[in-house]
Structure formats: structure tokens, C-alpha cells
Design a protein around this ligand. Structure first.
Ligand SMILES: NC(=O)c1ccc[n+]([C@@H]2O[C@H](COP(=O)([O-])OP(=O)(O)OC[C@H]3O[C@@H](n4cnc5c(N)ncnc54)[C@H](OP(=O)(O)O)[C@@H]3O)[C@@H](O)[C@H]2O)c1
Length: 330
């Protein structure tokens, strides 16, 4: 089968699309014939040697995929051969076939294209885990989401709106802020020109936001704490801006703030199944009725994976960059 691998570590030129043996089907898992698989920032890091797959995960790139059920494994009764599915994987999503724990699989709604299905699992489940399960965001509350124009950010805008809460995002230009507002953000802060801490306080009558979903890390630490309300939660999922930040611990105590670090990829299959179940309980209706739809920036055939990496790394993408595999439409 065709698969994306990285031959050593480095720039886009280390990427290869090679023939690899089909993965072995295990009890409790499903073989998916993959037709689309989106990129994530983790792919760029893995290619550069900074984010190895967790133990037991394939070296093949890709944290998510979509396609049709080719073969259910022993003990799997809830997915029929031929049905359309999308799935979270710890690696191996960018290949013609993937073997996936059945607990990480979600049925694809009829109105999704293959590209939308391939772009869905990682960013919606990341947002669900971090804003709602760990961050405890409720309907009367306000979230601040950094990187509102990215895959996670665009998913987060839709999910927060789906529960009736308020969402403030940061993005890198007036046009990108406008696109975030068009998607449903209540306020979009151009972080090159504006102070998100001051604007969050202003938008909440000085109360502060309830949860910050942060993918920037060190440089935003102080301002994130300043933007939070009493008993607010800062959930850190990425370190795009750097690892070191200044922390005034008086602020932590006086506001009783919780700081939570989180990575989805390394969690056990059992924990991921709990996240998928919890997501479908809370957002299954919104998924089926069209309120949740991944924002697709661009689509590349798998053979052009290097161009797809360049697009994601350029900082110009808005939403998800997707690879298609084969001619089938899913
Ligand atoms: N821990 C986990 O389990 C987990 C899971 C998924 C993703 N992540 C991480 O979450 C982050 C976002 O993922 P993604 O898929 O959404 O990536 P993405 O699609 O590349 O989006 C990232 C966005 O961040 C914005 N950005 C860059 N610098 C910024 C800054 N200083 N302030 C505010 N925004 C800034 C960029 O938009 P502008 O050009 O508009 O600034 C970009 O659109 C990545 O670091 C990724 O590794 C973590």
C-alpha cells in the first residue's frame, strides 16, 4: 500500500510516498481503506525529528484518516464493511490502509466530503478534550482560543458556539480575524496589533475568561493568566511560541487558577475511546445536523505531500490541509 514516510529527519525533501506492507488487523480494530487524511503540526515536527510516534505506533505519518471499513476485526460489531468512517490514529493515517482501534472511529455524516471527513477527528477531539473535558467550559462561559485561524481554532469556534458559550480568538491579520468572526467567533484579536489580555478583560466587563486554550506557550503565559477569571483554567496544548515563560505565582494563588498540560496522541486507546464517546454524547447532534464542518484550506493528492507540508508551514493556511488518496470519493 502507498504510505507517507520520512526518510531521516529534515525539510520537506525527506518525505517519501512508498509502498509498505498492509498493517496487520488486530482484535477490536478495524481496517480502513483510506481516501483522505489531513495534516497536523505534529507531522511537521515528526518530520524534523522532534515528535517521535508513541511506542507501538507506526512510523508512517498521519494522526487522522477517513475512508470506508474494509474489514472489521474480531469482536467489532458496530461497524459494517463499506460504511464511511473517520478515525483518530497515533500514527499511520497517511496511507492507503490504516488499522484503527474501533473506539477511535466515528461514523461519517452523509453530507461530509471525503476531505471534510479526513480533516475532522484530530482537531475536534483535541478541542473537546481540552476545552470541555479538561477545561470544563460551560454554556454561560467564555473561552479564549489562540490560533483561531488554524485547524484547532476553527473547530473550537464551532464547538463553543454549538454549546452556546462565547469564544474570543487570536489570529494574525485583520483578514484572518474577519474570517474567524464570519465562522462565529464573538471577538477576534489581531495579536500583531492588539493586546488580547486587555481586550478579553474589556469583553467580559473586567471579569476575565473562564478557559484559555493555548497553543503558543511561554510568551503568552503571563497574559493568559491576566486574561483569566478567578478559578479559570489554562489548558496548554502547544508551544509554537516557545517553552519558557514568566509565571507570577501570586496570580496563580490569588485567582485560584489551574494550569493543565495535555497531549492527545500519547493517550491509551481506552482513554481515546472515552473521549470519542463523550464527544458523540455532547456533539453528535451538531455533527449530524451540519453545525460542525471542518474548514478546508487546501487539498493535495498524497503524491504531493511535500507541497502540503510547505502549505501548512507557510503560516498562510486557514483551517486544514488535506491529502487525498486514490480516486474514490469515499
Ligand atoms: N496537545 C495536543 O494534543 C494537540 C493536538 C492538536 C494540536 N496541537 C497543537 O495545537 C497547535 C495548533 O494546531 P493546529 O492544528 O490548529 O495548527 P495550525 O492549523 O497550523 O494553526 C495554528 C495557528 O496558530 C496561529 N498562530 C501562530 N502564531 C500565533 C501567535 N503568536 N498567537 C496566536 N496565534 C498564532 C496561526 O495563525 P495566524 O497566522 O493567524 O497567526 C495558525 O493558523 C499546534 O501547536 C499543534 O501542535 C496539540
Amino acid at each position: 500500500m502507498k504510505a507517507v514516510i520520512s526518510e531521516g529527519y529534515g525539510g520537506e525533501d525527506v518525505l517519501r510516498v512508498e509502498e509498505r506492507p498492509s498493517p496487520e488487523l488486530k482484535p477490536g480494530s478495524i481496517r480502513i481503506e483510506v481516501t483522505a487524511a489531513a495534516l497536523n503540526r505534529a507531522d511537521l515536527l515528526q518530520r524534523r525529528g522532534f515528535y517521535p510516534p508513541p511506542p507501538g505506533a507506526p512510523e508512517i505519518l498521519g494522526l487522522e484518516c477517513a475512508g470506508s471499513v474494509a474489514e472489521p476485526g474480531v469482536g467489532v460489531t458496530d461497524f459494517e464493511p463499506g460504511s464511511r468512517v473517520m478515525a483518530l490514529v497515533p500514527g499511520g493515517g497517511q496511507a492507503a490502509e490504516a488499522v484503527v482501534d474501533s473506539g477511535s472511529v466515528i461514523p461519517v455524516p452523509d453530507h461530509f466530503s471525503r476531505e471534510e471527513a479526513g480533516a475532522f477527528p484530530e482537531v475536534y477531539l483535541t478541542t473537546h478534550l481540552n476545552l470541555f473535558m479538561l477545561g470544563g467550559l460551560g454554556p454561560e462561559q467564555t473561552a479564549l482560543v489562540h490560533g483561531g485561524s488554524g485547524g484547532v481554532g476553527t473547530a473550537a469556534i464551532q464547538l463553543v458556539r454549538a454549546i452556546g458559550a462565547r469564544v474570543i480568538v487570536t489570529a494574525g491579520s485583520p483578514d484572518r480575524c474577519r474570517r474567524c468572526r464570519d465562522l462565529g467567533a464573538d471577538l477576534a484579536v489581531d495579536y500583531h496589533r492588539e493586546d488580547f489580555e486587555a481586550l478579553c478583560l474589556d469583553a467580559t466587563d473586567d471579569r476575565g475568561v473562564d478557559v484559555v486554550l493555548d497553543c503558543i506557550g511561554g510568551p503568552y503565559l503571563e497574559k493568559n493568566l491576566g486574561a483569566l477569571t478567578t478559578e479559570g483554567r489554562l489548558v496548554v496544548i502547544g508551544l509554537m511560541g516557545g517553552t519558557d515563560g514568566k509565571l507570577d505565582m501570586r496570580r496563580l494563588l490569588s485567582k485560584r487558577i489551574r494550569i493543565i498540560g495535555s497531549t492527545l496522541r500519547a493517550l491509551s486507546a481506552g482513554r481515546k475511546a472515552e473521549i470519542v464517546d463523550s464527544f458523540l454524547d455532547r456533539f453528535g447532534d451538531a455533527l449530524r445536523d451540519g453545525r460542525l464542518r471542518p474548514v478546508i484550506d487546501s487539498v493535495f493528492p498524497i503524491e504531493r505531500v511535500a507541497d502540503a507540508h510547505r502549505r501548512l508551514a507557510s503560516g498562510e493556511a486557514f483551517g486544514k490541509v488535506v491529502l487525498t488518496i486514490g480516486q474514490r470519493s469515499l
